[in-house]
Write a protein that binds this ligand. Sequence first.
Ligand code: ARG
Length: 395
Amino acid sequence: MIFPTSASIDESAAAVSSSVVNAWNEWDPLEEIVVGRADGACYDPAEPGYRPILRGLTQPGEVFPTGPKPADVIKRANEELDGLTALLESQGVVVRRPDPIEFDRSLSSPEFTVDSQYCSVCPRDVLITVGNQVIEATMSRRARFFEYLPYRSIVREYWDRDSEMIWTAAPKPSMADHMYRKEFWELDVDERYARMHDFEFCVTQDEVVFDAADITRMGRDIFVQESMTTNRAGIRWLRRELEPRGFRVHAVHFPLDLFPSHIDCTFVPLRPGLVLTNPDRPIKENEAEYFSDHGWQFVDAPEASSTNDQMPKYCQSSRWLSMNVLSVAPETVICEESEKNLQRLLEALGFNVLVIPFRSVYEFGGSLHCATWDVRRTGGCEDYFDGSVGIVDGR
Ligand code: ARG
């Protein structure tokens, strides 16, 4: 098939590119984006939905730190986030930054307490633009319950400026002990492989739970990963929210990822018809067919520049942050400086590759895609799957 299709599923939606909030996929020409900031960041506290680990060489008795991150660590991350901001501005993109807030504060709700909050480096995890709608995710971890706050003044401003913009906050879950499966953390690897097709992780199915970064957008078709941070009720909520607006919301699964969280190091659409895939985490077979049946190609990411053990000591993401690229346009992507193999592959695929250092941001939850939230891209809603009514649930 030929990409992109000229047929739009909703002519009126395709015509609103003058709106402030308008983004239908991961690759259209970028006009406005929010880039995170590291000010006030804390180490991610352990909690029922999360167990941070130390990487690489550790001293006997060394434990994962708690409380605020050191000033020099924050400064280095901020320099790289500012570098991303400058690069995007040089490409003509409007860049917004979150309000600084105090993360080094404990939280108490009627159901839980947690010693500190986290940071505002990864807006991707919290917010998503789907067409003219901004959705604030429920979040899945206690330390991230209030992570929408640094972005609220920006969202409010968009809502004031754009009368078409829809602003939706998903229902907050209790995050009480009973929302989590503590035994998840104790399972050994054999047990995890034996259960990999159950797609049951540290969050139960009783409440609506999702992080925005488990979602990826391809026009009419929206794909949501079942993960440690998004459960089936979360996907059902997204489906009920988005399907009346003409979207099709699919659940997708990567059975070999035993600790899945956030789809953007696993399955990364680069342009119509092309997805960057993770060779260690193939998508479930019948879900892969939905793509191949409609002319899409998968290209596996090459080996990353580091092993997992070479990732920064406090980084909780895998070496596959290598593939966490940010698209500025269908033919232009931003890639981390050290990821030479990926840069070569993307160039061979015909992309202009812009390169920037970003490894100091890794221990704050992610790389280039994670640290951003795209608000406006030129373009409308296209159907890249020929009007298909395939997959949706996927299991
Ligand atoms: N769980 C992913 C990995 O380790 C990291 C995803 C980071 N993405 C994000 N949006 N924070 O491969």
